[in-house]
Design a binder for this molecule. Structure first.
Ligand SMILES: NC(=O)C1=CN([C@@H]2O[C@H](COP(=O)(O)OP(=O)(O)OC[C@H]3O[C@@H](n4cnc5c(N)ncnc54)[C@H](O)[C@@H]3O)[C@@H](O)[C@H]2O)C=CC1
Ligand SMILES: O=C(O)C(=O)Cc1ccc(O)cc1
Length: 368
């Protein structure tokens, strides 16, 4: 990796910013250029050290780039790729993207073929419900899969150059076709987003009865976290992955219809089989070590229902030099005790917090 010197990020948000930070850490000599439609985002990215400089002028930003990452919502990515086909790029420039769908982007990138510009589709399989450059993190992709879908006119050495740069993300790089990508990711990522949002909308319709909102604050909140993600991003994803999503949703309807039918006719065997099949498969899913930013060292603390308890827990930890990374109320009971989930940066801090809180008389459980 000797001749890649300038990396251009179009769309300096959560994913573009995180890739820029990973690359900068491993290759500090590289110049990182940011392009966005919003100048204040460029200024923010420069002040955070995410990019060296930036512009809102696409042509100016890409003219000296060795690698271009398009990191915008997928409909904008299609449009930008078409603009890049008309732009003046270096002859050996590699263009890649980070979009959650791949077939649509591959189609719009065909125009690179006649210009002999290498195009390699990409999709880091990690992220969050947050967006924007402020949320970017150099460790976001650690231990995650990073899927590449190279176009058939792209030479292998260009794929190797990109892989080399992406090693800075510490993700595991895998190659597949864009068609397979859209089918698989449609099922394991896009469908869950639709289901999470449908669940939230379902409960929202019942919000006139305050019990729904109150009781939805616990486990329901956890399983619907992803429904808080960017609306623009998910609108574009389901529009772009239309074919796969229609097939997947038809299959999904069959699963719902089957369990509905079993409940209707009181088919205990089928109901049991439904849960048993899911449990066995879920329990056997491989566990991938998460990146440090996703790793949570947690304690559940029983919170007696009297005033000042939450403040007291925070201050007893603070007095003992224990930093809390996150506080989350896990049960919102009407009466009696609630529970609080505390997150810490490391196993050591978690252990220290456990000692401090049990000594102070709180009921504490370690979450593994
Ligand atoms: N958020 C996530 O967890 C993941 C997202 N992705 C994909 O990454 C892409 C980016 O997502 P995020 O970083 O989350 O979004 P984001 O909203 O954090 O960042 C997108 C950035 O693109 C800029 N932008 C929008 N249109 C533009 C245009 N025409 N020209 C230049 N800049 C433009 C926005 O101003 C913003 O700064 C999407 O295609 C998404 O499907 C992939 C993996 C995970
Ligand atoms: O927040 C989460 O858990 C996500 O699912 C993030 C995510 C969003 C979109 C992707 O294409 C890949 C990962």
């Amino acid at each position: 990796m000797t001749n890649t010197k300038q990396v251009c990020i179009i769309g300096v948000g959560l994913i573009g910013g995180s890739i820029a930070l990973s690359i900068k850490e491993t290759f500090p000599e590289y110049e990182i250029v940011g392009i966005d439609t919003d100048l204040s985002i460029i200024h923010e990215a420069i002040s955070m050290g995410v990019v060296d400089w930036g512009t809102i002028d696409l042509n100016q930003g890409v003219e000296k780039a060795d690698i271009i990452f398009v990191a915008t919502p997928v409909k904008a990515t299609e449009y930008i790729i078409k603009q890049l086909c008309q732009a003046q790029l270096k002859p050996d420039c590699i263009v890649t993207d980070v979009g959650s769908t791949k077939e649509n982007i591959y189609e719009s990138a065909r125009c690179f073929q006649e210009k002999s510009i290498s195009f390699i589709g990409g999709h880091p399989m990690a992220g969050s419900e947050k967006s924007g450059v402020k949320a970017s993190n150099r460790r976001l992709f650690e231990n995650a899969y990073y899927i590449l879908t190279p176009s058939d006119w792209t030479p292998q050495h260009a794929v190797d150059v990109l892989k080399n740069v992406l090693e800075s993300t510490k993700a595991e790089i895998i190659v597949m076709s864009s068609k397979v990508h859209d089918e698989v990711v449609g099922a394991i990522s896009h469908l869950p987003h639709i289901v999470a949002s449908a669940l939230v909308n379902f409960v929202r319709e019942k919000k006139d009865n305050p019990y729904y909102t109150a009781l939805a604050a616990g486990g329901f909140r956890d399983i619907t976290r992803i429904a808080s993600a960017s609306v623009e991003m998910w609108r574009d994803i389901v529009i772009s992955n239309r074919e796969s999503m229609l097939e997947i949703l038809t299959e999904w309807e069959r699963h719902i219809a089957d369990i509905k039918q079993a409940i209707d006719v009181n088919d205990i065997v089928q109901i049991e089989q439904f849960f048993d099949t899911a449990k066995n498969f879920r329990d056997d899913l491989p566990i991938r070590q998460q990146s440090l930013i996703h790793q949570a060292y947690q304690l559940n603390v029983d919170v007696p229902d009297h005033p000042g308890v939450i403040g007291n827990i925070a201050s007893v930890l603070g007095r003992n030099g224990v930093n809390i990374r996150n506080i989350y109320i896990t049960h919102n009971r009407e009466r009696g005790e609630g529970a609080m989930r505390l997150t810490f940066v490391s196993r050591d801090v978690q252990q220290r917090a456990y000692e401090v809180l049990t000594t102070a008389g709180y009921g504490v459980q370690i979450e593994d």
